[in-house]
Write a protein that binds this ligand. Structure first.
Ligand code: ACO
Length: 431
């Protein structure tokens, strides 16, 4: 981070200088930390759309160019050449692992997959029809009650231990939440399998019915997880950092991130995209549905299309489009009416001037929902899968924040619009 320029802020005839900070790439920021001290006013930015809340060296997005970098590496390179576990190492430690580092990391992570047997009891406390996100959120928050040796966040080794545990154990909790909801026995993690193989195994194996993990499907799962691993300062990551700034333990911070992700405006879009396809019903329903979308007064959107940041294309969507076709081919699902409808909708919309002129392309959620459906994963589990992947980004960002020497508790200010000070009125005199 360098500082060569300054910005002038004028108020009531007085002007003050504020340093302009330059990152490696991307827009510069004006360092306004001394704004209230120098001028007596605060900045107003609900939604934080114009505010950088931290420095970070983990991921970088250029929405206009359709670029997403993890530690400097384009997401396409990672998706085509690295595994989810390798990407997790990269996000956590900043560099791609050597073969020896990777082997040691993988072995260690695999041993952390198992949950303390007492944690099993938690599941029985939930209703069978509980949303798996509720189970995930509650159980991850409770991990701090079991793993006390990772709670001293001033200790680098303890931080690392908790980070690894979270990445390794969240899939087990996620898979068990699913098994619980369908009334099947829990499947224990297999230390020999890769991250994604083991996750599919815990989701779909049953005692007495040996589940063979299909390598094409395991690769698809690995890609989905890798593509969702981190996405700079989004709502859930910002939540994790904010909670972490109070010194809360890492399990509590990640549970807070899971709660933020649960909101339909954040993690729920792939579920909505699939729901939209079910509403359209058949190919014949496409023209009428697109007319409704184009009618400004209808309020209907083509779910899985468009992105707040990516205005040319979502680089993750391009990769998942190919993976989606691979999975459909592998499973012989070309005749599945919903997938057939999705492919036709994609074709028609990407050739339609309404979407082309507004630069609305399929986003990562359009394809991830389709792949997950093809894999046999129910809609209620979609956001859970997102949480499994994003745990890597959350713990990496949490660690980065704690290791930042100047970290302070997050304490935003407000523009107060309530009553000014007034006198208390006794109840007998109130009207
Ligand atoms: N369907 C139809 N029209 C759309 C869509 C859409 N999905 N997205 C944007 N538009 C139109 C808008 O109506 C607007 O048209 P106008 O210029 O005639 O008024 C124009 O495109 C620009 O739209 P904005 O609202 O400015 O786009 P914004 O950046 O605010 O929206 C968003 C981004 C919220 C993602 C939007 O595209 C959307 O709602 N998409 C569907 C939901 C979805 O798939 N979300 C997942 C995003 S990916 C992720 O979060 C991991």
């Amino acid at each position: 981070m360098s500082e060569n320029r300054s910005a002038t802020f004028g108020l009531d005839g007085l002007s003050r200088q504020f340093p302009v900070l330059e990152g490696t790439i991307g827009p510069d920021v004006v360092d306004m930390r001394a704004l209230s001290q120098k001028t007596g006013v605060f900045s107003f930015d609900p939604g934080l759309g114009s505010t950088a809340t931290c420095t970070s060296a983990i991921s970088y997005i250029d929405g206009d160019k359709g670029v997403l970098l993890h530690r400097g590496y384009p997401i396409e390179d990672l998706a085509l050449n690295a595994s989810f576990t390798e990407t997790a190492y990269l996000l956590l430690y900043g560099e791609l692992p050597t073969a020896a580092q990777y082997q040691a990391f993988r072995t260690d992570m695999n041993t952390h997959r198992l949950l303390n047997e007492q944690i099993r009891n938690f599941f029985n406390g939930f209703r069978r029809d509980a949303h798996p996100m509720a189970i995930l959120c509650g159980t991850v928050g409770a991990l701090s009650a079991f793993y006390h040796d990772g709670l001293d966040i001033s200790e680098p080794k303890a931080r690392d231990l908790s980070a690894r545990r979270l990445i390794a154990k969240v899939p087990t909790i996620a898979a068990w939440a699913y098994k619980y909801s369908i009334g099947e026995p829990f499947i224990y993690p297999d230390e020999e399998m890769s991250f994604s193989e083991n996750f599919l195994h815990m989701l779909f194996a049953r005692p007495g019915n040996h589940y063979r993990v299909n390598p094409v499907l395991a690769r698809a799962m690995d890609r989905i997880l890798l593509l969702h691993a981190d996405h700079e300062q989004n709502a859930s990551t910002t939540t994790v950092r904010l909670v972490g700034s109070t010194g809360a333990n890492p399990y509590a911070c990640i549970a807070a991130g899971i709660a933020a992700l649960w909101g339909p405006a954040h993690g729920g879009a792939n579920e909505a995209a699939l729901g939209m396809l079910e509403t359209i019903g058949t190919r014949d329903g496409i023209p009428a549905f697109l007319n409704e979308v184009k009618n400004r007064n209808s309020g209907v959107r083509l779910m899985g299309f468009g992105h707040r940041v990516y205005k040319n294309f979502d680089p993750r969507a391009k990769i998942l489009q190919a993976t989606c076709h691979e999975v459909i081919e592998e499973l012989g699902l070309k005749r599945d009416p919903l997938l057939d409808l999705a492919m036709e909708l994609e074709r028609v919309a990407t050739e339609d001037d309404y979407f082309v002129s507004r630069r609305l392309y399929p986003n990562v959620d359009f394809y991830s929902g389709l792949i997950l459906k093809a894999l046999g994963i129910p809609k209620s589990m979609f956001t859970v899968l997102f949480a499994v992947a994003r745990t890597v980004g959350w713990v990496s960002q949490w660690k980065e924040m704690i290791e930042e020497p100047s970290v302070r508790i997050s304490r935003p200010r407000q523009l107060y619009i309530g009553a000014a000070e007034r006198n208390f009125v006794p109840m007998s005199e109130r009207r």
